[in-house]
Design a protein around this ligand. Sequence first.
Ligand code: RB5
Length: 145
Amino acid sequence: MKIAIGSDHAGFPLKEKIKDLLTQKGLEVIDKGCYNTDSVHYPEFGAAVAKAVADCEVSRGILVCGTGIGMSMIANRFHGVRATLCHNEFTATAAREHNDSNLLCLGARVLDEALALKLVEIWLATEYAGGRHQTRLDLIEELSK
Ligand code: RB5
């Protein structure tokens, strides 16, 4: 699996930890920045990762900012992106099973590092359930035209 990752300054340290985890798992990681803790604007990095998912440059993306909120807002502007802000094991599981999430958003100021890494593991390992959930995802496409 090829995966794009990005953050703002608030998310940078956690992004680096997530990148290590993904690399250890043998995944191909494309880091879209940022590259240090200097203050930046999250939409620029959110857009870069979301565009990579929307353009099928990668199959999945992960974005980290302070809350995960700003990243989820920008990412969901891109057609074909299903960005999900997850806070705990339940939401990370449901994001994949119910929402076929292809972009995980995390809040570095919300989660401790161990939980954040666990959510990444869950989100990577959990399969989409399809069925009635596909009807609902199709409705999102249809109703947002
Ligand atoms: C940066 O201070 C903060 O606003 C950003 O990381 C994020 O939480 C935005 O949603």
